[in-house]
Design a protein around this ligand. Sequence first.
Ligand code: PMP
Length: 292
Amino acid sequence: MSLKVYIDGKLVEKDKAKISVFDHGLLYGDGVFEGIRSYKSLVFKLKEHIDRLYESAHTIMLDIPMSKAQMTKAVINTLKANKLKDAYIRVLITRGVGDLGLDPRKCKKASIIIITDNIVLYPKELYQKGLEIITVPTVRNLSSAVDPQIKSLNYLNNIMAKIEAINSGYQEAIMLNSMGFVAECTGDNIFMIKNKQLYTPPQSMGTLRGITRDAVIAVAKGAKIQTHENILTRHEIFNADELFLTGTAAEVIPVVKVDSRKIGNGKPGKITLQLLKEFNEITRKEGVKYKV
Ligand code: PMP
């Protein structure tokens, strides 16, 4: 069975899932998206993802031609049509078909695309061994430019940083903000543990308010770990006891080296592994249930 993709109310075969070359999503990256996951027929934090999608759309003045309840149904129906219990879900809203000018008013109707597929993970051994990452020159977008809270279809800011990491032989990179403070990674949030307390940069540092980030903060609070949203410098990161990244795709992944500096004892930390385990447990327990 070939994969079916949802486009504007229809489920079409993957090979036939096409949009116009005049769609401003393609011409200008004018649109928004979300990355969501389901585990064992439970969609994790679906409401939070849909709320964030509509917030991104609201800021760029893009009308999603469907209610949140209809969007929830469309996501579930796409998962069911593909008989996927464990999936990565990508929801895209493009500005729609217009002409070659920037003017979004030329685009009469936004397009809704929902892709569900098997999830490609980082290799399992990385979760046991931990990642090595670097800081890259490209700084995170300013909130006064394209706010990092907008999950826009133009991800070049992050792609530039990713290219710099790859060019240096690394898979992930720390992005600083224009003041030189730690913002986040190219597709993940960053956390450190120091003296058994948890630290992560606040939104004002150019950090996306990740849904996994919020879930991990909740898990940490439940485990009576003191949590702080603080400005973090590279110096503080280098001297952390433990370090890890969070994201819908990566989940919770330990980091053991930054810019050639060993973090802690160079192995995934105890608290990190505890949070990773508890996060994995909640993703298998909580969520919007569906039957395939
Ligand atoms: N930062 C960036 C830049 C991202 O693209 C993502 C992935 N959406 C994250 C952080 C993690 O966010 P979430 O936990 O909501 O997937």
